[in-house]
Write a protein that binds this ligand. Structure first.
Ligand code: ADP
Ligand code: MG
Ligand code: MG
Length: 247
């Protein structure tokens, strides 16, 4: 039932315990919000998940198997993908080239035959996701929202089972958010699970199923998003003491 179970994850940097026995359990085919103030440990936990950092201790079960990652490429091969907050597309590459970078359909194809094959595959992928972007466009010409869409399509082309989205709505318009949420819902229908990092409380009920809160590198709790009030969430994120000061 769980696609991901991270348990007792601890990670120390010189002078900082970024994560102290943290857990994160994500159900298959759900959107799981990861919440917490700046410095809570969200990014560190996700970097461990995608193989950028190794934890000092703890255990990760992914799709029922213990996950041992040697690096980011490993995570991609296993079906874990992350859409980073700061995207850095390779400017002179086309959308289709970017998606199939490093794994062209057949190494025997060359020139325009290869280009057309990449374009066709990209079109099919975009149709499935209802994305309307020209596969020939240069990555540098795309808006932030479209760059994200390309990254999501790329993740799907790797058969991602779990996609981490780091504040995906922080730099896009309302209309683009609407489109993104539509894509997220269709991914869910296909059984893809999503970890959704956000600071926006109004997005929780709209797009997420459950939420996990971290505070100062510690696991605070996991709850269904729908029946978690704003007050409960603030209390989880900043602690009872602080909330009383604000009242
Ligand atoms: P969040 O993403 O929730 O804002 P982070 O995971 O980025 O939190 O950071 C958690 C803590 O770990 C912070 O105190 C941060 O300064 C520290 N930290 C994160 N990455 C590093 C690093 N590479 N080296 C040293 N300290 C780090
Ligand atoms: Mg951030
Ligand atoms: Mg962060």
């Amino acid at each position: 039932e769980f696609i991901l179970e991270m348990e007792q994850i601890t990670k120390e940097f010189p002078g900082v315990k970024a994560l102290d026995q943290v857990q994160l359990k994500v159900r298959k085919g759900t959107v799981h919000a990861l919440m917490g103030e700046n410095g809570a440990g969200k990014s560190t936990l996700m970097k461990i998940l995608i193989g950028m950092y190794s934890p000092d201790r703890g255990r990760i079960l992914f799709d029922g198997e213990e996950l041992k990652l040697g690096g980011v490429k490993d995570a991609l091969d296993k079906g874990i993908s992350m859409i980073h907050q700061e995207l850095s597309p390779i400017p002179n590459m086309t959308v289709a080239e970017n998606i199939f970078l490093g794994r062209e359909p057949s190494f025997r194809l060359t020139g325009w035959v290869k280009a057309r094959e990449l374009t066709d595959q990209t079109r099919r992928l975009f149709e499935r996701l209802e994305i309307e972007i020209d596969p020939h466009a240069r990555m540098s010409e795309l808006s932030i929202a479209n760059t994200q869409m390309v990254e999501i399509a790329k993740a799907i082309s790797y058969n991602a089972k779990l996609i981490v989205m780091d504040e995906p709505t922080s730099a896009i318009t309302e209309k683009e958010v609407f489109h993104l949420f539509r894509i997220i819902r269709s991914l869910k229908q296909e059984g893809v699970s999503i970890i959704y990092i956000t600071h926006k409380m109004d997005e929780l009920a709209e797009i997420t199923d459950e939420l996990t809160v971290l505070r100062d590198g510690k696991y605070i709790g996991t709850r269904p998003s729908l029946n978690t009030t704003r007050e409960q969430l603030i209390e989880m994120m900043v602690g009872r003491e602080v909330q009383q000061i604000f009242r």
